[in-house]
Design a protein around this ligand. Structure first.
Ligand code: 13P
Ligand code: SF4
Length: 312
């Protein structure tokens, strides 16, 4: 019975993939997929990547349509960087709870309290927050971005865990917002201790969105791309992975001889997983939902993203 169901699913996916190819050509579209997407989406993407790489790809593409498979703020960033393109997403319910933890009024109040501080905003934020920001960052360039600033004081929004991690690499005073990623924050010291006991030869690699006490346990700490690169270059054959489980797709594709165990079964972002192949095909068929950012917000937000893209 299970084999039959699998066969049926494979046949459905084959038909969907054929239709996707036709639609992509018809619309002159490019598919960008974050590493946390379901395997069936990563398989058909033109580019898989972390937030930084995908923002770069959106800014550079000459396609007419960008299909952004990730969460809403990623589609917004693509639209801000490529205002003349049509940006669509498979499901508008794919939000990011961390991005929703900071509000414009609160940030404005903080700016008033610290008039000499520069605002550094994690790309996991809304367009309105980016419009109130001096410079954005992603987890792969956060340290560099903070170090590049000519100020002693930084207002950091919204991720307290990443903010804590970055603060270890700078003398600047960091005023850190209390947001966090519901998924990464779920991983505990106990989970890691148990996994290490079960897999004593494995290295523990971890994303800085996890809690500070968990990050401290890492044999390696890095952004999604940083972790993928580390695994590729390491001689170790076994890893306990402390980030969202979609990252396993790229790790397995690149390293068929290595094994990956996710540090808890909770390292799954339900928002990222709202998208699937069927919805991806449908959004190209109907050209919706489409991302819209009011031009006056986009123009301000663009500066903070472009400044980030210029930091080497
Ligand atoms: P990165 O792609 O920057 O590692 O982002 C992690 C994340 O939580 C995206 O939602
Ligand atoms: Fe947001 Fe965390 Fe999901 Fe990334 S993994 S989209 S930060 S909730």
């Amino acid at each position: 019975m299970e084999a039959l169901a699998q066969e049926r699913k494979a046949e459905q996916n084959r038909i969907l993939k054929e239709r996707l190819l036709e639609l992509k050509k018809e619309r002159n579209a490019i598919i960008l997929a974050h590493y946390y997407q379901r395997d069936e989406i990563q398989e058909v993407a033109d580019f898989r990547g972390d937030s930084f790489l995908l923002a770069q790809k959106a800014a550079q593409t000459d396609a007419d349509v960008i299909v952004f498979c990730g969460v809403h703020f990623m589609g917004e960033s693509a639209k801000i960087l490529a205002p003349n393109k049509t940006v669509i997403i498979p499901d508008e319910r794919a939000g990011c709870p961390m991005a929703d933890m900071v509000n414009v009024r609160g940030l404005q109040d903080l700016k008033k309290k610290h008039p000499n501080a520069k605002v550094v905003t994690y790309i996991n934020s809304s367009a309105e927050i980016k419009a109130e920001t001096d410079i954005c960052c992603t987890s792969s360039n956060a340290v560099k971005v903070v170090q590049s600033l000519d100020t002693d004081e930084v207002i950091w929004v919204p991720d307290k865990n990443l903010g804590h991690y970055v603060s270890q690499f700078t003398d600047k005073k960091m005023i850190i917002w209390e947001g966090y990623c519901n998924t990464h924050d779920m991983l505990t010291v106990k989970d890691v201790v148990e996994m290490r006991a079960q897999y004593p030869n494995a290295q523990f690699i971890v994303h800085p969105e996890c809690r500070p006490e968990v990050v401290e346990m890492g044999d390696f700490v890095g952004s999604t791309t940083g972790l993928i690169k580390y695994v590729r270059e390491s001689d170790c054959k076994e890893f306990i992975v402390g980030t969202e489980d979609g990252t396993g797709y790229q790790m397995r594709v690149e390293n068929p001889d290595k094994s990956f165990r996710f540090a808890t079964k909770y390292l799954v972002c339900p928002n990222m997983k709202v998208n699937n192949l069927k919805k991806l095909v449908k959004c190209l068929e109907t050209m919706s939902p489409e991302i819209y950012v009011p031009p006056q917000v986009a123009d301000k937000a663009r500066l903070s993203l472009e400044r980030m893209l210029q930091v080497q």
